[in-house]
Ligand binder design. Structure first.
Ligand code: BGC
Length: 413
């Protein structure tokens, strides 16, 4: 197989907190401003995408992409519990309209890691009432925006807390985390600070799987008629040596959410790297291998492996809702795109039902605790002027999207 189907979806992704700027009612804003904090720097204006979305979406369409994946920020829609902001809903209405004006299908994520402060104050996802509140937010939002949505994910990588338990050398300074959380609760006048990244993985999983199914039912009841799925973080899990705990890891981290996707309209696969799992758990990269700016292995084969392992468990259509690489050397991004998409073609040739590819990320943005250092973008952002500069990798992906073929990179630059 040398080309992608003519109706293949080609996109790029962002998430509200990472690009919009001044997401001041969110739990992460509070954490970013604690002392001590795990965050290398605060998000502040981010990419000012809240004001520049129209130009950004036009730029994405100009590259040749036909899909924009972005998230709606719960902390903006419902800044206080039970108070829904008409102005925030109207904002996202304009974002969706900009997609349609540019011939771009909007793929909307309802929750991408950040929550309203008041939600953190009630201990976030660990609170048994959390799901009902999330479903109410989805219902309210879809009543205003549903007829403009092309695809929706309830959650972005809800399995991340479970994955983080395994990640090799997850060098988490617990004392710092405790002090940051204590200070964050004081800052919002609560006894607990329930944040997605810091919660009890098992409890979160239980509450979020139930919330996913109920939110999906709410979104499916209209307005609009669009597929609703969930985007799962998957690594290429490789067993190393006798007694590897790889299968235990997969059963804990992926199986519950793959099964949840099986009861939905699609699975979103998000793949970045591989993990080598030995008898004690993750082993980390072998010495001397190429690493990305995130510290994990440069491994473009991850996408193909993750599509194959997901397709062995689910039969719903798959969209690659994230794939990408953090690098200051854009030629490595081009290589990563080329090699990972060659893997997608092999999956398609074997009959795996992959319907689209959405690159992470449209632009260099706020990479959570790592701040603005890792560069995942197809487009560079000048942090002082907010000027956007299209990188060669963006033109490369755009060419693929326009032709449904993977050219040699040299033909583009
Ligand atoms: C997340 C993004 C993040 C990206 C790169 C995914 O885990 O959905 O928010 O920026 O990976 O690390």
């Amino acid at each position: 197989m040398t080309s992608f189907p003519s109706d293949f979806i080609w996109g790029a992704a962002t998430a509200a907190h990472q690009v919009e700027g001044n997401n001041i009612n969110s739990d992460l804003w509070v954490l970013e401003h604690c002392d001590p904090t795990l965050f290398e720097e605060p998000s502040l204006d981010a990419c000012d995408h809240y004001h520049r979305f129209a130009d950004d979406i036009r730029m994405l369409a100009g590259l040749g992409l036909n899909c924009y994946r972005f998230s709606i920020e719960w902390a903006r829609i419902e800044p206080e519990r039970g108070h829904f902001s008409r102005s925030a809903l109207d904002h996202y209405h304009r974002v969706l309209a900009a997609c349609h004006e540019n011939g771009v299908a909007p793929m909307v994520t309802f929750y991408h890691f950040s929550s309203p402060r008041w939600f953190a104050a009630m201990n976030g996802w660990e609170n048994p009432a959390a799901g009902d509140l999330f479903v109410r937010y989805c219902e309210h939002t879809s009543r205003h925006l549903g007829d403009m949505i092309a695809f929706a994910s309830t959650f972005n990588e809800p399995n991340l807390p479970m994955l983080l338990r395994w990640i090799a050398n997850a060098d988490i300074p617990f004392v710092k985390v405790m002090r940051m959380s204590r200070q964050a609760s004081r800052a919002i006048g609560a006894s607990k600070f329930g944040c997605f990244f810091l919660g009890d993985g098992e409890k979160l999983q239980r509450h979020m799987i139930s919330a996913h199914h109920r939110a999906r039912a709410a979104l499916k009841s209209g307005p609009g008629n669009y597929p609703v799925g969930v985007s799962v973080s998957i690594q290429d899990e490789q067993a190393v040596g006798p007694g590897s705990r790889r299968d235990k890891k997969c059963a804990e981290v992926y199986a519950p959410w793959l099964d949840a996707a099986q009861g939905s309209d699609f699975l979103g696969v998000q793949a970045y790297t591989r993990a080598r799992v030995g008898k004690k758990g993750d082993l980390g990269p072998e010495p001397g291998v190429e690493l990305t700016q995130m510290g994990y292995e440069y491994w473009p084969d991850a996408l193909e492996a993750c599509l194959r392992s997901a397709a062995a468990r689910v039969s719903v259509p798959i969209y690659i809702t994230e794939s990408g690489v953090a690098t200051a050397d854009d030629s490595r991004r081009i290589d990563y795109i080329q090699r990972s998409l060659q893997g997608v073609l092999r999956c398609l040739a074997d009959g795996i039902d992959v319907r689209g590819y959405v690159h992470w990320s449209l632009m260099d943005n706020f990479e959570w605790i790592f701040g603005y250092r890792p560069k995942f973008g197809l487009v560079a952002i000048d942090r002082a002027t907010q000027e956007r500069t299209v990188k060669p990798s963006a033109r490369y992906l755009g060419e693929i999207a326009r032709t449904n073929r993977i050219p040699e990179p040299a033909a583009i630059r």
